[in-house]
Write a protein of this length. Structure first.
Lengths: 303, 284
């Protein structure tokens, strides 16, 4: 065995190796799914990786790192493929594949769980809209709904407040929390119907594994008619361990999103009906909504 | 050595990995299984169906947690959020031990979601051992470290993989989750004798064994977990159990997953080696 190096020197060496290794395996593959032969500086990749990876009698340093490079992309693309079936169906396989690589290159995973892989996709598409042209609004609506679906699947469900808990409170001071699994969306397209149609055609999601994939698995996405523009307001929530999309009236959406932002009950209701003439059923409508939302268990204490 | 302080003095027998395609079968048929191993990260969530299923499983079965994202060899700081969630799950499952891999997988806050090999240096061993101690102290359960399969070696390495594993667990006073298939895969990829590996680790620290299938390619072997266990791996397993004693053993099958009965049948083959040992105790 070699002489023992000083700890600090050894750790900085270890970090340098890990950075170089990660840089090597996280670079996108070529269209032929090989590791790129040129390194970032234009010199041969083999020369770069040979500095820290040994060859053996069958594989050179490039080929050994390439195994990891391929598995990195196969694993992440597979996961992304399963998480955003709606966006994939809208764009088609090739465009979705290219977008996935661009996104994951710009925003590598920042979480220990692959579940969070798409947590910055909406932000990415806002900054680089060319990937979804000319269906910007539709694609963004789909992405927001698909991400809300992921949150609804396994975010927390806190002890719900009953409708009786809401009665008697001063609306001018009462603030209500919503379940962490609940997301409210205002969409320009009826993407709930679209995603449901897509999901009916998809197989159930698998689970994370530490095993390597032999090759990327791909199904061919079938065409689905693009929805026509139509304003909808949605609550994406979980009930009895299943995810549901519930359409809301626009005023109901405004109330819920205002409450979620921390407005008092009174301020949220005033905000919702500010521009609309209140009819005689206004009070009954509100009571009905709140009773229904409470029955769904949507309300919880504010944190 | 079936029960030792590294597996919390348990004697768990033969288990299989709890996987989504088998949920319905397990919950409806309630097959007799010694224990299930879960991938911790799949259940480190705040709610929903994963935890509901886990709670149903826990009503009937013993569960052991196996992690894939602790990255004990990473030079980033230990992820406190990860540890907090892991501890919450430990309390839920009452797992007698937790395991994760002797590897790294994240750097500068970016995660590769892979089990990447370490250079086998004293500095790396000290670094990993320190992190294992931190994790064990926080979780308050024994921690087993698993040898990974690998496809690359580093110029910087100063010792063999089994010397590195031994150095780490001795420094950390930790246990070993011995993956026999991973040893076989790495031995073929790196050209060492897998029996040298088995013979030269601290056997008293092995708290669990993994077995699995792999895939052969022209120039290397991939750890795919998508086949039955191959004969050379069974032979190594038989040798390992002679050295170590009957030890909690888990069959991993993660891709192209067949029926529950097929997976369980494959796992139970491991039992015959342990039964032979009970009939004819090893004299090593």
């Amino acid at each position: 065995m070699n002489r023992r190096p000083s700890k600090s020197q050894g750790l900085s060496d270890l970090r340098a190796i890990q950075r170089a290794f990660a840089q090597g395996i996280m670079r996108p593959l070529t269209p032929g799914q090989r590791m790129k032969s040129k390194w970032i500086d234009g010199k041969p990749t083999l020369k770069f990786v040979s500095r820290f990876v040994k060859p053996n009698d069958r594989l050179n340093s490039f080929e050994r790192i390439e195994i990891y490079n391929k598995q990195y992309w196969f694993r992440l693309l597979d996961c992304f493929y399963e998480d955003f079936p709606g966006l994939r169906t809208l764009l088609g396989e090739k465009r979705f594949h290219d977008l996935s690589i661009a996104y994951l290159t710009k925003y590598p995973s920042n979480s220990f769980t692959l579940r969070d892989l798409g947590n910055r996709l909406e932000k990415f598409l806002l900054r680089e809209p060319a990937w979804i042209a000319p269906h910007h609004k539709l694609a963004r609506d789909i992405v927001r709904l698909e991400w809300a679906h992921i949150l609804a699947f396994d975010n927390a469900a806190l002890p719900p407040l009953e409708i009786d808990d809401l009665l008697g409170g001063d609306p001018a001071r009462l603030r209500l929390g919503f379940q962490p699994h609940l997301t409210f969306l205002a969409c320009d397209y009826p993407v709930d119907d679209y995603i449901l149609a897509v999901r009916r055609r998809e197989e159930p999601r698998g689970e994370a594994s530490n095993a390597m994939n032999e090759r990327a698995k791909r199904k061919t996405a079938r065409k689905l008619a693009r929805p026509k523009p139509e304003k909808i307001w949605l609550a994406v929530h979980r009930s009895d361990y299943a995810v549901y999309y519930k359409r809301l009236a626009p005023e109901a959406y405004l109330i819920c999103s205002a409450l979620q932002k921390g407005f008092t009950l009174q301020a949220a209701c005033e905000r919702a009906f500010r521009r609309k003439k209140r009819d005689e059923n206004f009070s009954a409508t509100l009571q009905g909504w709140f009773a229904q939302w409470a029955s769904f268990g949507w309300f919880c204490r504010t944190t | 050595m079936p029960a030792n302080r590294f597996n919390n003095f348990t004697n768990y027998g033969i288990g299989i990995g709890l996987r989504v395609p088998h949920f319905q079968h397990i919950l409806s048929r309630k097959p007799t299984v010694d224990w299930f191993e879960i991938i911790s990260e799949n259940f480190m969530v705040d709610g929903g169906r994963p935890l509901k299923v886990l709670d149903q499983i826990l009503e009937q079965y013993r569960v052991v947690q196996h992690g894939v994202a602790m990255y004990l060899g990473s030079t980033d700081r230990l992820d406190r959020e990860h540890l907090r969630r892991l501890k919450r799950l430990v309390k839920r499952t009452n797992t007698p031990w937790v395991s994760d891999h002797l590897c790294w997988g994240s750097v500068d806050g970016s995660y590769t979601h892979d089990l990447l090999p370490l250079p086998y240096t004293f500095a790396a061993a000290e670094h990993v051992a320190q992190r294992i101690r931190e994790v064990r102290d926080y979780l308050e359960v024994p921690v087993l470290v698993e040898n990974v399969s690998s496809y690359a070696e580093f110029h910087a390495s100063a010792m063999s993989e089994w010397e590195f594993l031994s150095e780490v667990v001795e420094k950390a006073d930790a246990g070993i989750l011995l993956d026999v298939n991973n040893i076989y895969v790495s031995s073929k990829n790196h050209g060492f004798n897998p029996y040298d590996y088995l013979n030269n680790i601290p056997h008293g620290r092995v708290g669990q064994i993994h077995i699995a299938g792999h895939s052969k390619f022209e120039k290397y072997i991939l750890d795919t977990h998508d086949h039955p266990v191959l004969d050379p791996v069974w032979k190594m397993y038989a040798h390992a159990t002679k050295l170590i004693g009957p030890t909690a053993t888990l069959l991993e099958w993660d891709d192209r997953i067949p029926s529950f009965d097929e997976v369980h049948h494959e796992a139970l083959k491991a039992g015959k080696f342990c039964e032979e040992l009970v009939r004819e105790p090893a004299t090593i």
